[in-house]
Design a protein around this ligand. Structure first.
Ligand SMILES: [Zn+2]
Length: 75
């Protein structure tokens, strides 16, 4: 993949932060390799990056820090 699906902009490799829900818990994964559109900022994850996220979670990787996440009610 070399062009953005939305705007046809160029994709460049970057390290991004991804938020992932898994088994009812939320995880923040920093420094994940991804492709980012230079034009619109859309982020594309490779299958490898997705596997890496699931690996990190399933292996019980020690967090580098803990964050509290605000939960908002829109009802
Ligand atoms: Zn784009």
């Amino acid at each position: 993949m070399s062009d953005c699906l939305y705007c046809k902009g160029k994709l460049k490799p970057e390290r991004v932060t991804r938020v992932q829900e898994y088994d009812g818990h939320w995880y923040i994964i920093e420094n994940l390799p991804a492709l980012v559109c230079e034009q619109c900022g859309e982020v594309y994850y490779t299958p490898d990056a997705h596997d890496r996220v699931i690996d990190l979670i399933q292996n019980g990787t020690q967090p580098i820090r803990l964050e509290s996440v605000p939960v908002l009610d829109a009802s």
